[in-house]
Design a protein around this ligand. Structure first.
Ligand code: UDP
Length: 358
């Protein structure tokens, strides 16, 4: 299959601004290449694909980023800036896709979804968020009425945000297992990983650390400085160890030494890449029973799930985290979320999409 991928219109690949989509795109490219498919990627200037993905052709586009939908009001109209990166990527993608089988869009935005109704080229969409915008929600419903296979979701619970989709395609996500080393250190520090932004609920994990009188190691791109400072000031000085945004290789080395990852999203997280990355290193995860994390974590086997926003239960679970066998965590990823498993699901789905157009 010849597949053209459109990246996120927020930040170049490797910047961290695009969140989990950056890793998902790379995992998908590597899974598709290993299955023998041909892949081209349209991405913002300065983007880099991971080592091993060199066979995929990378096309650069320059332009202005979109505004992230999770930081706008649900009823906000669509904004397209002058010299739009998204429009540029779409233009290039549509042009290259004339020689390909399918255009696979990974940006959560209005324009590529609308375009599905207006071109003959199949455009398939990996929806990377829950419902964060009325205008996108209604557009998905409209496109779905004509093309029922063109959307895929990372988790069932994410797809529930789009109740008009009757039998949603769930593709999960994929991780290149060679990139993560299993570590058996049960006595390490506490970890939190993610974009530092309100929907990620960092404050609840800091609360747990401060109640235990411990430090919390925090890795990730600081998207909202004011939010980060407010949290820092609300807890005893030095509770947060800011570790910065690291490459996957460096991140997994440090993360693997931790005894638990505390994951605290306040929104309907579509999936939660960082959970699986921790599990792949043997690190159990404690999260709320909400969004993607509640589908990934096997309660009592690979971590624990607390009721949404119940910080006291998070704390109680951290105290008994040594009951989780770290090898269970790695095994779950091997059986459920490798790049091959992921790429196979995506290819099966894309075959259905392409068939509709024949
Ligand atoms: N991440 C990273 N380095 C860091 C911290 C985070 O590469 O130091 C990446 C991580 O690998 C993951 C992404 O940031 O792929 C966060 O994705 P997630 O799905 O957890 O949340 P999102 O940001 O998409 O809401």
């Amino acid at each position: 299959m010849r597949i053209v991928l459109i990246s996120t219109p927020i930040g170049f690949l490797g910047s961290g601004k695009g969140g989990g989509v950056e890793l998902t795109l790379n995992s998908l490219v590597s899974g598709l290449l290993s299955l023998g498919h041909s892949v081209e990627v349209i991405a913002p200037k300065h983007s880099k694909l991971y080592k091993g993905n060199e066979q995929a052709k990378l096309h650069f586009v320059e332009g202005e980023d979109q505004i992230s939908w999770q930081h706008q009001n649900y009823n906000s109209p669509v904004t397209i800036p002058d010299n739009s990166l998204l429009a540029g990527m779409l233009e290039k993608g549509l042009d290259i896709a004339k020689q390909s089988d399918v255009l696979l869009n990974m940006s959560y935005d209005w324009l590529p979804i609308w375009m599905t109704l207006n071109v003959e080229i199949p455009i398939a969409h990996i929806i990377s968020m829950g419902s964060e915008s009325l205008v996108i929600n209604n557009l998905i419903a409209k496109v779905y009425a004509k093309y029922q296979y063109n959307f895929a979701f990372h988790s069932r619970i994410q797809a529930n945000d789009y109740p008009f989709i009757k039998k949603p395609t769930i593709i999960g996500n994929g991780f290149k297992l060679d990139n993560y080393i299993f570590q058996d250190s049960m006595k390490g520090p506490l970890a939190w990983v993610g974009r530092v932004a309100p929907e990620k609920g960092l404050e609840d994990a800091v609360y747990v650390a401060s109640e235990l009188g411990e430090k919390l190691n925090v890795w990730g791109f600081i998207e909202d400085e004011t939010y980060a400072q407010n949290i820092e000031q609300s807890f005893p000085q030095g509770t947060i160890n800011w570790m910065g945004f690291l490459s996957t290789d460096k991140l997994q080395k440090d993360l693997g030494k931790c005894r638990v990852l505390i994951n605290t999203p306040k929104w309907n997280e579509a999936y939660g890449n960082v959970i699986v990355e921790a599990l792949a290193c043997g690190v159990p995860v404690i999260a709320y029973r909400r969004g993607g994390p509640s589908e990934i974590i096997q309660h009592g086997q690979t971590g624990f799930l607390a009721d949404p926003d119940d910080k006291e239960t998070l704390l109680a679970y951290v105290k008994i985290i040594e009951n989780i066998e770290r090898k269970n965590c790695r095994e779950w990823v091997e059986k459920n979320a490798s790049t091959d498993i992921f790429a196979n699901k995506v290819v099966n789905w894309l075959n259905k999409v392409i068939k509709e157009y024949k």
